[in-house]
Every structure is written in C-alpha cells, then in structure tokens.
Design a protein around this ligand. Structure first.
Ligand code: AMP
Length: 458
C-alpha cells in the first residue's frame, strides 16, 4: 500500500515522500482511514511504530481546509486540534513532526510545556495557531488564565495515555476535557491499555474504532535484548568496558537518579569516555541542546533519568542501556522502544545486580520471555544472580516497588503531575494495575495482540 491510497492530498504526500517514507506503517494503515472517516479512535501502539504520523497526517488533512493558503483567518487564542502529551520532550518532538509533515500547508502549530516563561507562549496563542501540542499542567494553567479558548476545537488527541496516567496527570486531563466542546473527534494512543486508560477512554471517547498493530507487520520493532549480571559497585567499570570493547559509538543509558547520572558521567570521563547527562536538574534549554547534539551524533553517550524515556525520536538509535532497571515493567518497554524504531534493528542491554533481580523478574513476566544473559570476561559476580523464572512472584518486591513509587522515588518531570496525583480519581484502579507485577495472563494487552511479545531474541 502507498500513502496516496490513504486519501491524503498532494502537499502531505510530497512532504512524506521527502522524508523518505515509502509505505505507511501498520498503525498508519489502520489509523489514517479511521481518523479520516471522522470516528473516534483508540489505538494500541508503541512509540517507534510510526504512530505520530498515524494521527498527525489525517489531522493535517482534515484541518487544511479548501481555501488557498493565507485566506483563512485564525482567531486569537483559539485552536482547532489539541494534542496532549506527557513530557516536554515529546511535545517538542510531535510539534516538529507536524512542521515536517505540514511544510506545504498553511497550518500553524505550537509546542507548549511548563518550566519556561509563560509570556512568549501566550503571545504565540494570541498570534493564532491551529494545532497545539501541550503537556497537561501548563495547558490547564493557560486555560485558567484564559490565555486560550477551546470553542473552535474539533480534534483531541491523548498521546501516550498510559504514560500520562502513570505520571499522575489524570486530574488535569479530566479538567481540560470538561472545558472542551462536546462535538469533537477524539483519538487516544497508548502503548498499553491498563484499566486506567480504559476508564479514561470511557469518559472521553465516543463509540470508538479500536485498532492495534497486532498483525504480522514487518514494522514491529526488532530489538535484541540481553542482560549482564554484575555486582552493583562494578556497574560503571562494566559499562566503560562494554563501550570500549564493543566500540559503542551511540548509547542512551538510563539511570535512576540525577545524582547517579552526574556521577556516572564523571566516572566515564575518568576512563576516557565522553558522555553527557539529561535529568530534571538541568534547565530546559540545556536539555534541548543536549538532545539536539545527541541526535546529530555530536554526543555519542547520553545518560538519562526517566524524563528522557519518552519523546526522544532519533532515527537509527542503535542501543539503549538500562544501568538501573525501572520499577515498572512497562517503563522497560517504553525505554527499549527508543531503539528498533520504524522497522530498524536495535539493541537493549541491561546491567543487572542482585537488587535489580525482582524488577528483572517482573519485566520478564511482562514480556513473557526470559531475556538472554551474557557473561563478560573479567566481570564475574561475587553474588550470582539467581536463575530467572517466569512464575516468580515476590510479595516483598511488590510492596517495595509500590512504596518507592509512592514516595516519589521515581523522577517526575512536572510539579503539576505530582500535585494532581493526590486527586486522581482513577488512582486506585490504575495503581493496582501498574504496581502489581503482572502475571503472564494478566498482561495489559492480550498476549496474542501484544507486538512486544514478538521482540526478537538474539
Ligand atoms: P513514532 O512511532 O511516531 O515515534 O515514529 C518512529 C519513527 O518512524 C520516526 O523516526 C518517524 O520519522 C519514522 N516513520 C514514521 N512513519 C514512517 C514510515 N511510513 N516509513 C518510514 N519511517 C517512518
């Protein structure tokens, strides 16, 4: 199938062609016609499957209007499509995709997020925009300040809905939805479909078409995953060894804390490896610059806390490394989704110490797959990691995971997110779903429909 068959018009087809997209991905084939038909949509799709173009292309098609460029007047502070995303990085990414896909159209877009001055954003809204990509906290703040109005809104997209719920944004999202016109088209994209997302869909979405990329598409991310068992105090030495011995020129390394990130960068530098870090302790301007340098290849090794786990869209990112395993198995899936995008091959390496073991078990249960283990010469562990068992259930692990998440151990990108958590009407049902290590049969997406269970083992 070609893009032309999807009823997209010439300016959009031309922009897509220039980007080198030859055929639509699986999610695009399903989502684009559904959206163009005017129906609401719920789509189960991972980052990396081309989902952004899956909703941006039809939105552009529907908003472009019939009038020639320049004739349509934009009213100040009004928008026609609203895309709500969990992180500022993703907001920037989605908006830049809109600019790319809409380069031959008279469509104005804007990315809006917290942590930066309100005034330039307010001015941009006054000047007039068509599509707003925003994080929930700043969006609600702007709506309260009457800096934007929703009366001309036609389309709402909730992107990475599971992530937004996980970050405690449900209260803000509900308050925003209450302000929207009843007559609108709703699109919800989520990597996983836990109960909280279903509840959100029930309240916000009307008689939707549901799609998932459960077909045998070749665009399913191809990711080779392996772990190395390592003593905790040997992790940085092992990482340096892997970078040097395997001549890794590019790696995105996930670590738990911002202090850990800074320390790791200096340890790597002492061993002659140039690295940079992004975390919530660095200003937005610095983070944006570092991401741009990582994308351009100027920075090869990037150490990141959770803030970077979504929204990094780099063609051909070859490798992610879990220096620390995440508390939540879904976060592991999102992290490794940085690589193997749009059908390319990728590698996901995890350095697993004894204290990561229970997290490893939860991740393997979620994937329904034992991840390959490799031994690296010179790094024999003092305490050997137990053999994995997909049936392993540890009540203490569950409690510990829940406790550490509740304490806010996990880094969050937004004060608003933390605040709204306390008011989250879906908190219990959602948390139950996320914090209880999923049994194999209880994976959020049915196994038969879950493309991640087909991740290639090396
Ligand atoms: P996404 O899942 O939206 O984050 O997209 C992942 C990557 O796939 C991005 O780098 C897109 O530029 C790329 N992409 C999206 N659609 C296509 C397509 N039809 N063909 C090739 N690459 C694509």
């Amino acid at each position: 199938m070609t893009f032309a068959k999807l009823n997209l018009s010439t300016p959009i087809l031309e922009a897509v062609r220039e980007l080198g997209y030859e055929t639509p991905t699986a999610i695009q084939k399903k989502a684009i016609p559904a959206i163009l038909s005017g129906r609401d949509l719920i789509a189960a799709a991972q980052t990396g499957t081309g989902k952004t173009a899956g909703f941006v292309l039809p939105i552009l098609e529907m908003l472009k209007g019939d009038k020639p460029s320049g004739e349509r007047k934009r009213r100040a502070k009004r928008l026609r499509a609203l895309i709500i995303v969990p992180t500022r990085e993703l907001a920037i990414q989605v908006e830049s995709n809109i600019c790319q896909y809409g380069k031959y159209l008279d469509i104005k877009s804007m990315a809006m997020f917290g942590g930066v001055d309100l005034e330039p954003q307010k001015q941009q809204l006054i000047d007039g925009i068509d599509i707003l990509v925003a994080t929930p906290g700043r969006l609600l703040d702007m709506a309260h300040q009457r800096a934007l109005h929703f009366d001309e809104l036609k389309m709402l997209v909730l992107d990475e809905a599971d992530r937004m719920l996980d970050m405690g944004f449900i209260g803000d999202i509900n308050k925003i939805i209450e302000r929207l016109p009843v007559q609108r088209q709703n699109l919800l994209f989520s990597a996983t479909m836990p109960d909280g997302v279903r509840l959100l869909a029930d309240t916000a979405i009307d008689n939707p078409i549901e799609v998932s990329i459960a077909d045998n598409s070749t665009t399913t991310p191809q990711i080779s995953q392996w772990i190395v068992s390592v003593d905790k105090d040997k992790k940085s030495a092992l990482l340096s060894h892997l970078i040097k011995e395997h001549q890794w020129t590019q790696a995105l390394i996930f670590i738990r804390t911002k202090h850990g990130a800074a320390k790791l960068v200096s340890q790597l530098e002492k061993r002659g490896i140039n690295a940079e870090s992004i975390h919530s302790g660095r200003s937005q301007a610095v983070r944006t610059q570092i991401l741009a340098d990582f994308k351009s290849g100027e920075i090869g090794i990037l150490v990141a806390t959770g803030i970077a786990s979504r929204g990094i869209d780099i063609d051909e990112l070859t490798r992610v490394v879990n220096y620390d395993l995440p508390d939540d198995a879904d976060d592991y899936i999102h992290r490794i989704g940085r690589t193997g995008r749009a059908g390319a091959c990728g590698e996901a390496v995890s350095l697993v110490s004894m204290d990561d073991f229970k997290r490893l078990c939860a991740i393997e249960r979620r994937l329904n797959q034992i991840i390959d283990r490799r031994t690296i010469e010179g790094f024999i562990t003092v305490k050997e990691l137990p053999k994995s068992n997909l049936d392993f259930v540890s009540k203490s692990a569950d409690r510990k995971t829940t406790k550490s998440k509740d304490k806010g151990n996990k880094e969050q990108t937004s004060k608003e997110g933390r605040k709204s958590n306390t008011k989250n009407p879906y908190k219990n049902s959602h948390n139950d779903n996320h914090k209880e290590p999923p049994e194999i049969s209880e994976a959020s997406t049915p196994d038969s429909e879950n493309p991640w269970l087909r991740i290639r083992k090396k």
